[in-house]
Unconditional design. Sequence first.
Length: 762
Amino acid sequence: MVKSSGEPGRGPGWIERISFTALPVIGLMLVAWKLALFELPVRLSWSWVPALGIDLAFHIDGLSALMLLMITGVGTAVFVYAGGYLAGHPGQRRLYVLLSLFMVAMVGSVTADHLIVLFLFWEATSLLSFLLVGFNHERPESRKSAQQSLMVTGAGGLALLAGFILLGQAMGTYVISDIVVALPSAEATPETTAALVLILIGAFTKSAQFPFHFWLPNAMAAPTPVSAYLHSATMVKLGVYLLARLDPAFGEWPLWEWALKAAGSITAAWGMVLALRERDLKRILAWSTVATLGTLVTLVGLRGEGATVAVGALLLAHALYKAPLFFVAGNIDHGTGTRVIDRLGNLRHAMPWTAAAALLAGASMAGMPLSFGYIVKDVILDAKSAGDVFIFAKAANTIFGAVAVAVAGVAAIRVFWRHPGVNETCEAHEGGPSLFLPPLILALAGITLGIFPFFAQELIAAATGAMTPDAEAVAFSLALEFGPVLGSLLVTLAIGVGIYFLWDPLHRLFERVARLLGRIGMAAQYERVLHWIPWVAAVSTRALQNGSLPAYVALAGGTVTLLLAAALVSAWTDLALPSIDVWPGIGVFGACVLIVVGAVAACTQRSRLVLLLAAGLVGYGSGLLFLFTGAPDVAYTQFTVETVFVIVVASVLLALKRQGRATAVDERLWRPGAFVLASGFAATITALLLVATAGDFNTALSQFFADTSVPEAYGRNVVNVILVDFRALDTFGEISVVLLSFLAALPLLQALKRAHSARGES
């Protein structure tokens, strides 16, 4: 039951609730208007980030139109239902705002025709789902469930972004409609294969496919309007939508086909089995949703036009029966204070309208004749008989269908028509029209389409055409027939009825099995990962942040050396080295000798003062190198800085020595490892410089500065002109950094001055 979250203020008034509800209603009317007056597809595009080639491109075809009708149609029912379910709740306005933003994000996701734009809307749905699942944020279980859903779908989103970038770069375009046309004729490359795998991970996490299936039932901590909207009709189907959208591009790839078949079949079977271990009605419906999503993914993986027809039909049918059943679960919770099926029974007397909605929606879920679910079962049977389906997928479909009948029986019959034991529903009551009309209308829509399936014929045909763009017009008919599907239905119905009557003993059996398997299940692995994160952080922090400056230098230098060496080795066969056939000159040679001598001397001295002077040789040698290679101004700067540095540090060292506080260099710092690291770094940088100077020098930039320094900047010193004029903002930024560093150190210098004065006075 929904309780106040303790937020201050009152809920929105009826005018505000009507205003919020008008948003999905207007969206539904716009979609219907587009479908009635405009021929699909419809394309819209605006330039957004031209420097990156990103346009706000949108593409509405049959598949997008089907999703838009579910988003706005079911959204209208959800907004109406939320007004009654959260009546008087101080957080109702917040829920309306989040649901409105989520609806906009979903609309953008299913219409975006650019991979980056799609990703932005995709991640918006994940973030808003986090906020909606954690709506009752004062409850620990809500916060934990919201965190889990965000971590799983967010991690999948990162994989999806990487896949999109690889795919866009490999295809030379990020426009989805162009990729779908071009990819089937392109050769498979490591980039496109990696993109395929990453996209599958992103879609599987969003649609709760094995092994990422565990987060969806835990998201039932959300209020019922959220569960009915996000977890039955919209967000969890976004992964299925993406797979269906890209199926024309990747459909002929064996990896794509068998990954979808395998993951979808396992999810369908395992989801329904796990539904048997639940006692909470919403979690039972959630696991059946997971199973339906698995069936949808399997159908996307099947080849043949019949499979695409089944995808479109099941997308619509599932929204029309699962959203009402979630509403029913919410009404039961609202009217009785519990969703545990052991405590519920004979609710039809107290909640007749909810019972009628449950019966109609349950009939469609079970695939009973005269329901749209029956039509869809016929279409799925045709698709799986025509497609290349392995035995496990057929068994998974049988399990899914049978347990779906049992789940429908639990939701529609057990809690409303039976009294299996302890009954705690004596105070049950029916809610107002805003609570029972939304599920009743959606369930009636499912029955209407079952009796008159031709109403959905054109819509499903348009969605099918979008999923098979290269095929001719798909010939199929959604008709109420009593053919082979009736025999299959009778078998499934018989098994499902048996499961329904054996629900309690099967629950006890699977509860024991699930308890044993839970130790190695994905939910347990997720919890282990959460425990490992702080442990790994603590271990790595102790190892890396140990307070030793030499260790930090060695780690940074070693990392840079390894990365640069790996890059050079991987591309060594394609690189060229310069031909050194000219004597560099006595000046350059002498500068190099001075640098080498200074470096070796600095590594072997124990006295800090001598070490400093030896290091100064490296600086002066670098200045000589600049001088003899045509950069006298840089050489002058190097000589000045090096002289000041040596004098200042030498003065400090001499002062410390007079105070008896100077120490020699610790001999332990001179280790073979340090020598190896220094040698490796020097060799890597040398090789990198040789490779960098091997090619022809491009003089375009230097010629530009030489030609424009005098006429535009009125300066003959090109380096000064670059620093002061062409790179004025950079130079200003560098000066600002120095100034800010001085201001930051000023309090410390003042404190040292005061301390010195205090010691002088004492």
